[in-house]
Write a protein that binds this ligand. Structure first.
Ligand code: ADP
Ligand code: MG
Length: 392
């Protein structure tokens, strides 16, 4: 007997509707994937102009903890997912009491807290950077007296950090109290600064029945704490490391009894060791290439896991490079030269419908596909040049 929510079926007296907490670009791409499969969609986001709210059948415009908003979302939807990890866990708990919610509140709560997240990685036998929790003056004193091997380090807020925000580099012990004060003495994790050779990530999708599939390993280049370029093709990451990263990601998902799409980010150290950095309980920026380079996108898998549909192992059919399009690329009052970029072969433009471009704001991405890694790289570099992006 299938318990799947089938598109077009009547559920609670209305056409099968999938809901998402959060109306950012990830929600928008989820909505697009759900609608392509014939689902109705509902988005809860306080912003009238949210990228997902603009394209959804229903937009419930309230705060994430608003009781009426949550009630409306439940009334509309057969199942509900989330598009950003800072959705308050209590909201997911409320929703989960009445509707299938994936990922569940427990998994999201762990991913929301760097300390809990690291403890989970350790439980799963996956190596993490040397670190210490910093929540109390006593812990500060302990780090100052015994934590010498954590310097130079990075102090990161335990909660709400993203795109390198909420982080301060601390070269020496002497700088620690000052840095913590700058972060308002909120709970933090001090992490040893590691010599990185590269960064990579793995995305898995796991169903409620425990079935799990994965995408290939993504090689990620960050600039100023923000993802800039993702490259995915044979040889981008050495095979042995790639296998290790996939196995570690699967163990992390399994250990959470996770349902949904999960991304785990890794550091590749100069010595070639793999160390886990963090996870995101949702589709990830480094998985956007799947929209054009794989036979199923990460958003389609998010729909399938939420609706209880079967999962089949996705297959990458083209080497690919994804370039993030940040607000910095927008000339004053004008648009970047999309017509020139789209004259290149295998270029796919994705814009999120955001009306104002600010530096560092994620406005969209370019997926570049081609027959060979060399061809993809050449096109990606040309596109970057046309847009005024730094080469890589
Ligand atoms: P965010 O949640 O903002 O993505 P991350 O913890 O992933 O924060 O850090 C952002 C980036 O900073 C990483 O992708 C990496 O480039 C760099 N970084 C973070 N932690 C370390 C570390 N321990 N050693 C070296 N570089 C790091
Ligand atoms: Mg990160």
């Amino acid at each position: 007997m299938s318990r799947a929510i089938l598109p077009g079926a009547l559920v609670h007296g209305q056409p099968a509707t999938l809901g998402v907490m959060g109306g950012g670009q990830l929600g928008r791409m989820f909505v697009h994937a759900a609608q392509a499969m014939g689902y109705f969609t509902a988005v809860l986001d306080p912003d009238a102009a949210s990228p997902a709210g603009l394209v959804s059948h229903h937009h419930i415009q309230t705060g994430y903890l608003d009781e009426q908003g949550l009630a409306q979302l439940m009334q509309r939807c057969a199942a509900i997912t989330t598009e950003f990890e800072n959705v308050p866990a209590p909201a997911l708990t409320t929703l989960g009491a009445h509707r299938p919610v994936a990922p569940g509140a427990d998994a999201v709560a762990i991913a929301q807290d760097r300390a809990a997240e690291k403890a989970h990685f350790v439980r799963c036998g996956v190596p993490v950077a040397p670190h210490a929790s910093l929540e109390t003056p006593a812990q500060l004193a302990a780090i100052l007296s015994e934590g010498g091997d954590l310097f130079p380090g990075i102090l990161k807020t335990s909660r709400m950090g993203y795109d390198g925000k909420g982080q301060i580099r601390v070269k020496t012990r002497e700088q620690l109290s000052e840095a913590w004060a700058q972060l308002n003495n909120v709970p933090c994790v001090l992490e040893k600064m590691l010599p990185l050779q590269a960064e990579c990530s793995v995305i898995v999708a796991r169903g409620a029945d425990g079935q799990m599939v994965n995408f290939p390993v993504q090689l990620n280049l960050h600039r100023e704490g923000i993802l800039a370029v993702t490259s995915v093709y044979e040889g981008a990451v050495p095979v042995a490391l790639a296998e290790q990263a996939v196995a570690a990601t699967r163990a992390v998902a399994e250990g959470l009894n996770y349902v949904g799409v999960l991304c785990v980010e890794f550091f590749i150290l100069e010595g070639g060791q793999l160390v886990v950095n963090e996870m995101a309980p949702r589709p990830h920026n480094s998985g956007h290439y799947t929209m054009n380079a794989c036979d199923q996108s990460q958003f389609e898998l998010q729909v399938r896991t939420l609706a209880g549909l079967p999962l089949t192992q996705p297959r990458q059919h083209s080497p690919s490079i994804m370039l993030n399009l940040l607000g910095d690329l927008w000339p004053e009052g004008a648009s970047p030269a999309w017509d020139q970029v789209l004259a290149l072969p295998g270029v796919h433009l994705h814009l999120y419908g955001k009306l104002s471009a600010r530096p560092g704001r994620k406005m969209g991405h370019l997926n570049i596909t081609g027959a060979t890694p060399e061809a993809v790289r050449a096109t990606a570099l040309q596109a970057a040049g046309l847009l005024g992006m730094q080469a890589f």
